[in-house]
Design a protein around this ligand. Structure first.
Ligand SMILES: Cc1ncc(COP(=O)(O)O)c(C=O)c1O
Length: 478
């Protein structure tokens, strides 16, 4: 049976490791391999396919990182995902050749070439970016939800306002004014499914082919994907001790994408002086600053600096926030605060994209905020994640002296620097232990690559953090 799974991959032009990955992914999608099934050992499969064991090992490691496989030391590798009939398939991984047979549009091909962006779908040390869903107050959420259904079921099942429900927009603007100093009224808020959708909307409405976008380097892959797919020319801003640095000789951008509160992935805060310079620059040139405030709620050593938007007198800043980390990712609710004159046009565009976000989830979220549960939940999660951040720092200090933490004042993940040239090998070997260690170097473009990892810690129990770090400690002794 095993050999038949690999029959059609030969001659596909893909590297051997990728051929193995592709065959196994296909087998999982077709149902030939099902959830929980044990794969042959790398030694046996390598022998049967006449491949080197390193190649098969690398393929299994890759599939484990993608969430397809679970690897238990001493027990073997098991299918970790249910892709049988009716189950949803994850998007193609980045390195597959785009549109080999279907004649996709140029725009479609450009998008495929970016590889898309996929978030980890299951809990694993140290998959980055997930809040702790075990700590989510499900019973409370259910109560709020049931009440809404009792009161408004019929209304909530109708088509809704593309801008978002007024009650949720009022709750968001109140929250942002209070916690982030954002200057806005509910009429400037547009409710969306995700920050990603907001970036897509902005790219669609503000960028023509070849337009310049400035981005932090290293920077957030999700944003880079959107700008590249839009045909924009990305100009990389180096990041130093004050955050992103520009100079006026760089090509003039239409958009400047920034993560000012907690630079992704270094954790650096954009200094006040740089904020002022960037706003002055945007005013002078007509560029827009896109402020992705993705995790400023989670600051552990004091409060986050107020939003960049709070310094903006002339409507040059587009603010983006998301409930993916503060509530839960599958809620699919995010928001943007727009300069006044952009609201109506973006609302029209949004209506053409996907209409609106779920009315029911918007109503529940609005109540959750208005009744004070959101603020309470954030307070609790901040404490919980702070203790986990401390636990991770301790474990690193004690067991992994070769992994140097970068800024650790906030966020759900912590970037660490590894000895130069060691990332690829350590990552491969960590994957063999079943530990995901998302790459830091892959987020560098023109900037000198820093070998390192982005360790997601917020969703992990302290004992799991410590155990996983102790396992990683063995990598430099093997
Ligand atoms: C910088 C940054 N922005 C946005 C997001 C995702 O937000 P959303 O789920 O709303 O697209 C992430 C997710 O990890 C992120 O790291």
């Amino acid at each position: 049976m095993w050999l038949s799974l690999f029959e059609s991959e030969g001659g596909s032009g893909l590297a051997l490791r990728e051929q193995v990955c592709a065959a196994l992914r296909r087998a999982m999608r077709s149902g030939a391999l099902s959830l929980g099934e044990r794969l042959p050992s790398t030694r046996v499969l390598a022998r049967d396919l006449s491949l080197s064991r390193v190649t098969v090992e690398a393929a299994y490691g890759q599939l484990a990182i993608e969430g397809y496989l679970r690897r238990n030391v001493g027990k073997g590798s098991f299918v970790a995902i249910d892709l049988g009939a009716g189950a949803q398939s994850p998007i193609a991984p980045p390195h597959r050749s785009p549109g080999a047979t279907t004649p996709f549009s140029q725009r479609g091909r450009r998008l495929l070439e970016t590889g898309g962006c996929m978030e980890p779908m299951r809990l694993q040390a140290f998959a980055a970016g997930s809040p702790d869903l075990r700590a989510f107050p499900v019973a409370l959420w259910r109560r709020v939800l049931n009440r809404r259904l009792r009161l408004d079921a019929e209304q909530l099942m109708r088509y809704g306002d593309p801008q978002g429900r007024p009650d949720l927009r009022a709750a968001i603007s109140g929250y942002l004014a209070h916690s982030r100093g954002v200057r806005c009224h509910p009429g400037q808020v547009l409710v969306l499914t995700s920050s990603q959708q907001c970036l897509q909307l902005l790219a669609q409405m503000l960028l023509d082919d070849g337009d310049v976008v400035w981005m932090e380097d290293p920077g957030y892959g999700g944003a880079r994907v959107v700008f590249a797919a839009a045909g924009a020319r990305v100009v990389n801003l180096p990041v130093d001790a004050e955050g992103a640095r520009h100079d006026d000789t760089m090509p003039t951008p239409r958009l400047i994408y920034l993560t000012p509160a907690h630079q992704f992935p270094t954790g650096q805060t954009l200094s006040l002086a740089r904020r002022r310079q960037l706003i002055a620059y945007a005013r002078r040139t007509g560029a827009y600053l896109v402020e992705d405030d993705y995790d400023s709620e989670f600051q552990y050593d004091g409060r986050a600096m107020p939003a960049l938007q709070s310094l903006d007198e002339e409507g040059r800043v587009i603010y983006i926030g998301s409930f993916s980390k503060t509530l839960f990712p599958s809620l699919r609710l995010a928001y943007t605060v727009l300069p006044e004159d952009m609201v109506q046009p973006l609302l029209v565009a949004r209506s053409a994209f996907d209409g609106h976000s779920s009315q029911l989830m918007q109503a529940v979220t609005a109540d959750f905020i208005a009744q004070g549960h959101f603020a309470a939940h954030l307070r609790l999660m901040r404490q919980l994640y702070r203790s986990r951040r401390d636990c991770l720092l301790d474990a690193l200090h004690t067991n992994l002296p070769w992994a140097q933490p970068l800024h650790s004042a906030g966020g759900l993940q912590l970037s660490v620097r590894l000895p130069e040239g060691s990332e690829a090998d350590l990552t491969r070997r960590a994957a063999r232990l079943g530990i995901a260690t998302p790459s830091l170097s892959a987020l560098h473009h023109e900037a000198a690559k820093v070998d390192g990892w982005r360790l997601g810690f917020a969703a992990l129990r302290p004992e799991d953090i410590t155990a996983a770090i102790k396992s990683l400690a063995t990598l430099r002794q093997l």
